[in-house]
Write a protein that binds this ligand. Structure first.
Ligand code: SAH
Length: 204
């Protein structure tokens, strides 16, 4: 049986972005944050079809496979990230479980059981999280997502989910480190706080 700490360690050792692109908000999910999300989502992931929107180097895709997903769609627009993702899958023997789709999330159209995602936070391009949330609400009834832990973001996520017929459940708030190239600060790493949500359609 895989333990949460072990999962976090495996995920933090994966190959990361080589030259992260600020306009795409390419920062990988830290292993411990990803493991936390996957742990919370484990009941929904086991035996299910999962989509990872904006999969990047595949932290959540790999994690979903290790948590027993039947199949994972990794949707990512950047070919360089996809190369890294492919190597990460191969290094763990997971390529057979994952369908990698090089496209804009807006183009993804397969129905899945659950979406896991760490979308752009919208700090570089305001509202860049919206196409991710809209797509997730379109293709799944259960969505796990990571967003900035700020009052205005919380208000937006809640209203946007309810607008789409989803219940917003803020499950956990965690520290998240992002490289300074994504901010105007002097520090090498900036610590921010993020919220992990479960957004879901209430079963009738
Ligand atoms: N989910 C990954 C990466 C998060 S960074 C992880 O947890 O580590 C956000 C990712 O979304 C980046 O890889 C970026 O290239 C991708 N992305 C940004 N806009 C996109 C879009 N419109 N369609 C598909 N992918 C996009």
């Amino acid at each position: 049986m895989l333990r949460k700490k072990h999962l976090a360690m495996i995920l933090s050792k994966l190959e990361g972005f080589h030259n992260p692109k600020p306009d795409l908000e390419q920062y990988r999910t830290p292993g411990d944050v990803a493991a936390e999300l996957l742990w919370i989502a484990s009941g929904d992931i086991r035996g299910s079809t999962v989509a990872d929107l904006g999969a990047g180097t595949g932290v959540l895709t790999v994690g979903a496979c290790l948590m027993g997903a039947k199949e994972v769609y990794a949707v990512e627009i950047d070919p360089e990230a996809i190369e890294v993702l492919g190597r990460n899958l191969e290094s763990l023997g997971l390529s057979g479980k994952v369908r990698v789709l090089r496209e804009d999330v807006a183009e993804f159209s397969d129905r899945v059981d659950v979406v896991v995602m760490n979308p752009p936070f919208g700090s570089q391009n305001p509202h860049s999280d919206r196409p991710f949330l809209s797509k997730a609400f379109e293709v799944a009834d259960v969505v796990y997502s990571i967003h900035l832990a700020k009052p205005e973001v919380r208000g937006f996520i809640k209203a946007f989910a309810i607008d789409h017929g989803f219940m917003p459940d803020l499950i956990k708030t965690l520290q998240f480190e992002i490289p300074a190239i994504f901010s105007f600060h002097r520090r090498r790493l900036e610590r921010i706080k993020v919220d992990i949500y479960r957004l879901y359609v209430e079963p009738r």
